[in-house]
Structure formats: structure tokens, C-alpha cells
Design a protein around this ligand. Structure first.
Ligand SMILES: [Fe+2]
Ligand SMILES: [Fe+2]
Length: 377
């Protein structure tokens, strides 16, 4: 290896745009290899990626790239300086260039009295993948290592983590990395504590189990994993709400006057949860809201996301054993429809054995799933 780039960036998350910049830098600066070094400037939060996550996200994003490699993450410029020294020593004789996004360079320019980088490490600005702060490259102090002209990209990419939260454009993120983000629940909305405070400890554990299971099922059946993660995260947020409040929301949001429904928090918490997710937590995606709304009764035209959340709710690993659980789990390996149908039939059996009436919505869902399976859809 003769020449290598050390790509310093937040990678929050790694975008296809970063890969494009790295490819351009390989060409432009005649580099043999680029190491991705993710920054960790932000405070720790349960939903933001930590250093290990960032490195893993880089690994997954670069799994098909032969000339790019994930490196260690760093928190401070002093740590970054140590990392640079590490690379210089490890690859003796190799000439290094630091590739820096404008946003990181801006931070660097704010540092006052530190000797930051090896003197002979040129810094090249490579624009901002997220398009943030575009058009005004930050001045980097000369004694920080010296800044050399880089190249600029048109900031056409608009993918940001805010958009991941809205499940809008996962196509801007390499597939392997996206799977990791969904699996780990990274970039969930900032309502973790609020949702946690609305439900019992037991239900919180259940919620985490449903989220993880929903992402796994989504991955297995080709469903949007971010949507599955989000819907599962909120699915039971209304379960421990006061029944009077639930009734009020049912009337206001859905014009519901059906006394059988208005008596049952089991039947109301799905629709009420969807209303809360929209109003209080700002969820706008209709598919996500519907998956929350119908997670207890299902609905005749259940789509794949509805089924994923419905089945995940029934089989998550923290569930205490109940008749039919192992069969539903087995069916969920091959068919969401079969697993959902089995789950509904078992619930119906249980309700009828207790001398109660099974809800008509659930009954309709059973009929619709039976028809769908009979038609081989
Ligand atoms: Fe529920
Ligand atoms: Fe649940």
C-alpha cells in the first residue's frame, strides 16, 4: 500500500453518498485504500449508535468494497490524533491523506490550543454527504496539519437520520448496514423514555421482544425493517392507559360507539395506540399507524407489515408459554398468514372456553385469512 486515505466523518449513518465520495477520493488523490474512521462527538443515548455500532455500521456498509475498510471510532480530536499515529506506524512507508467532511472540519476549526495532527498529514475536504452546511467549507487552522484543496460534490443527497426515523428513504443506506440499524433499534424516535414511562416494566420487556422479533420477521419476509421496528416499538403504548381516556379517543378519532369495544381495553389499545403514536409521537407513516392499530384483531386485508407486527406480538421470546405458542413459532418460519391465522384461532378458542364472545373484527380476519390461504395467495 503506497497511499491511503483516512476518512474522518460522523457516518451517522454511513450513506451511499459517503461511498461515492470515497470512490471519488480513491481516483482523485490516487489512493490505494481508504479507512473509515467514525466520529462520536454526540452524547450517548440509547437510540444513537455508540462507537462499536459505528464501526459495525461501517463494516456492514463496506462489505462489498475491496478498497475501503472500517477503522476504529474516536470521541475527541486527541483520540483521532492517536489513531493517525497508529496508522502511520502500522503502515510504515505509506503516505496518508486525511479526508474530512465539512462538518468535521468545522469542529476542528473551533479547537484552539491543541497540536492536533501529524504535521505532514494533508487534509482534504470532501463535502458533506447529508448536504448539511453545504456551500461553506470551514476554515481549518493551518497548525492543525494544513488544509489542502479537496473537491466538492453537488449536495443532491438528502438522506438524514431524521428521514430514517420516518422510514422514508432506506435506499440511501447500504443494505447490510440498514439491517444492522433495524436490528439494533438505532435511530428510533427520541421517545424511548416516554413510552417506557407509559407502560409497566413487564410490558416494556415485551415491547423490546416484539420489536426485535418484528425486525427479524421483516428481514425474513422482505418487509421494510424500519417500519416493522417503529410499529412494534409503539404497538402497546396505550395498553396501560386509563379506560376513560381510551373511550374518549375511540369516539373522537374513530367515531366508535360500539359498547362491546368501548368496554374492552384489549380491543381499544391498538387503535388508541395508533392515535397516540400519531398525535404525541409524530408518526406519520400510514402503514406503521395501521400496523399498530390492527395488531390485536387484525383486519381483513392485512398487509405484510400488519402481519409481521401481529405475529411478532404473539411469539416474542418473553411470552410465557401458552397453548399453541410453539406451533405459531414454527409456522412463522415459513408463512406469516398461517402463523397469524393459528394465533387468532387459538385466541378465539381461549375466549370461547371462558364463555365470552369473540370479537367480530377478529372473526372477520380469520375468514379473510382462510380465504386468502385457500386461494393460495
Ligand atoms: Fe397489544
Ligand atoms: Fe403486545
Amino acid at each position: 500500500m503506497q497511499r491511503a486515505g483516512l476518512f474522518v466523518c460522523f457516518f451517522d449513518p454511513v450513506l451511499e453518498a459517503h461511498l461515492q465520495r470515497a470512490k471519488a477520493a480513491l481516483r482523485e488523490f490516487k489512493l490505494d485504500r481508504i479507512f473509515f474512521l467514525p466520529c462520536m462527538f454526540k452524547g450517548a443515548s440509547p437510540v444513537l449508535p455508540d462507537g462499536e455500532d459505528k464501526t459495525e455500521m461501517c463494516k456492514r456498509a463496506l462489505e462489498n468494497e475491496t478498497r475501503m475498510e472500517a477503522g476504529a471510532s474516536f470521541r475527541t480530536f486527541s483520540e483521532l490524533s492517536l489513531l493517525f499515529e497508529h496508522y502511520v506506524q502500522r503502515y510504515e512507508g505509506c503516505e496518508f491523506v486525511c479526508l474530512m467532511e465539512d462538518s468535521v472540519a468545522e469542529r476542528l476549526s473551533q479547537k484552539k490550543n491543541e497540536r492536533l495532527f501529524p504535521k505532514d498529514l494533508p487534509i482534504r475536504l470532501v463535502g458533506n454527504a447529508s448536504g448539511a452546511g453545504r456551500g461553506k467549507p470551514a476554515p481549518v487552522r493551518e497548525d492543525a496539519g494544513g488544509m489542502f484543496p479537496g473537491f466538492s460534490f453537488a449536495p443532491e443527497e438528502k438522506t438524514e437520520k431524521r428521514r430514517i426515523r420516518q422510514c422514508i428513504c432506506p435506499e440511501g443506506i447500504p443494505a447490510g448496514e440498514l439491517a444492522y440499524i433495524a436490528e439494533k433499534g438505532l435511530y428510533l424516535p427520541d421517545h424511548v423514555q416516554e413510552v417506557r414511562s407509559m407502560i409497566s416494566a413487564h410490558r416494556w420487556t415485551h415491547t423490546l421482544g416484539v420489536r426485535a422479533t418484528a425486525v427479524r420477521l421483516a428481514s425474513r419476509f422482505g418487509v421494510n425493517m424500519l417500519k416493522a421496528s417503529l410499529a412494534a416499538f409503539y404497538h402497546d403504548c396505550a395498553k396501560d392507559q386509563n379506560i376513560k381516556d381510551m373511550r374518549r379517543i375511540m369516539y373522537r378519532e374513530y367515531g366508535c360507539t360500539d359498547e362491546d369495544i368501548l368496554r374492552s381495553s384489549a380491543l381499544m389499545h391498538g387503535p388508541v395506540g395508533a392515535a397516540i403514536a400519531r398525535e404525541r409521537f409524530g408518526v406519520t407513516d400510514t402503514e406503521v399507524l395501521n400496523a399498530i392499530r390492527f395488531h390485536t384483531t387484525g383486519r381483513p386485508d392485512m398487509n405484510a407489515l400488519d402481519l409481521v407486527v401481529f405475529v411478532a406480538d404473539a411469539i416474542e421470546p418473553n411470552r410465557e408459554d401458552y397453548p399453541g405458542l410453539s406451533e405459531i413459532r414454527r409456522l412463522s418460519k415459513t408463512s406469516l398468514e398461517l402463523a397469524a391465522l393459528e394465533s387468532l384461532r387459538r385466541t378465539r378458542e381461549y375466549v370461547l372456553r371462558q364463555g365470552k364472545a369473540f370479537n367480530p373484527q377478529g372473526e372477520e380476519t380469520i375468514r379473510a385469512l382462510e380465504n386468502r390461504l385457500r386461494r393460495g395467495l
